[in-house]
Design a protein around this ligand. Structure first.
Ligand code: ZN
Length: 339
């Protein structure tokens, strides 16, 4: 009980990519880059194991960004034709590649890193993929010209890769859908349908991660506009509770989400963010354990998985390591007290 995990990403070593930023350019190329990704994956796994993280990830060491990493092996996307666009309802600008034709996978996307990670840990392995709504929000479209249609096409590709990842030995497949917290209406009309299509036929555990974004300045400024109570989850949790997705990963530490909203996820495993990724302050094990105890008032213990609020990719490595240790130690303390 109270097995802990991380949202997905960890910072990359500075010899692999520029530190402390998103979309960090690689510092290696060719065979050296491939070898560097493998070495960084080993470090990410070892650090999680040493910190007492029960369900580990590859730390997303092999992709430059959680969305665009998936898009690099897809026919119908032109990376040479990048457009600056406002994403997440224009919260910030990103340079996005363009869909120029029908989408299809040109082969496996994450086979190398998934199999490598599987070969080097005995712990349950989680693998993250961007969700269809979030990809559709992070790409320019000059072909489908209709966001739900584009999302469904992306969902088919995600499903193809997700089934292959399951065959590679991945235990949990998580779709990252930060866009769910932005387009609340669309979640019900087509977002969940696209997500379920991406997860169709999977026998392994399935998860959706819905946060308020990385701890970058645009997100911190946005959060300040959301008021004293963040009730976005209130709109989407009932829809998620009825879906076929097994687990929901959400933001909790230092967020203004009213705790009683967690009751709306009855029947689902809840990956509770007990580590804030938007502050340099490191949580103490005591703080982690007491937040878990508070969550336990609303979610049955056997359904609670302590987790980070979001990915830690943009954080300094020393900070991320300290937060990993706090997550592991705090979860152990909560197990002692509550189980
Ligand atoms: Zn996130």
């Amino acid at each position: 009980m109270l097995e802990c995990t991380i949202a997905g990403s960890l910072p990359k070593p500075s010899w692999l990519a520029e530190p402390d930023r998103l979309w960090a350019p690689w510092r290696l190329s060719g065979d050296a880059l491939a070898g560097g990704k493998r070495d960084a994956t080993l470090i990410a796994l070892k650090e999680q194991e040493d910190a007492g993280i029960d369900i580990v990830t590859d730390g997303e060491q092999s992709r430059q960004h959680f969305v665009h990493g998936f898009l690099e092996n897809i026919h119908g996307i032109d990376f040479g034709h990048r457009v600056e666009m406002g994403i997440r309802a224009d919260r910030y600008k990103a340079l996005c590649p363009t869909v120029t034709g029908p989408l299809s996978l040109s082969g496996r996307v994450h086979e190398t890193e998934a199999r490598f990670a599987r070969a080097h840990t005995r712990r349950p392995l989680k693998f993250t993929l961007p969700g269809p709504m979030t990809i559709a929000d992070t790409i320019a479209d000059a072909h489908y010209n209709d966001r739900p249609t584009l999302a469904m096409a992306l969902a088919d590709l995600l499903n193809q890769e997700a089934r292959a990842l399951e065959a590679d030995g991945v235990d949990v497949i998580q779709f990252d859908e930060p866009a769910f917290n932005v387009y609340l209406e669309e979640v019900g009309t087509w977002g969940i349908a696209a997500l379920e299509r991406a997860a169709a036929g999977l026998r392994c555990r399935t998860c959706v991660h819905i946060c308020y974004g990385y701890g970058i300045s645009a997100n911190i400024a946005w959060k300040e506009t959301l008021g004293a109570e963040w009730r976005q989850y209130e709109r989407i949790f009932p829809v998620l509770a009825r879906s076929r997705i097994g687990q929901v990963s959400l933001e909790c530490r230092n967020s203004h989400v009213p705790m009683e909203l967690l009751r709306l996820l009855e029947g689902k495993d809840v990956l509770v963010g007990v580590i804030d990724v938007a502050t340099e302050m490191v949580e103490t094990p005591e703080e982690v354990a007491s937040l878990i105890a508070e969550v336990a008032r609303y979610v049955p213990l056997e359904r609670i998985f302590p987790c980070t609020n979001c990915g830690m990719a943009p954080l300094p490595r020393t900070l991320s390591s300290a937060k990993l240790a706090a997550l592991g130690a705090g979860s152990a303390l909560a197990r002692q007290r509550l189980c």
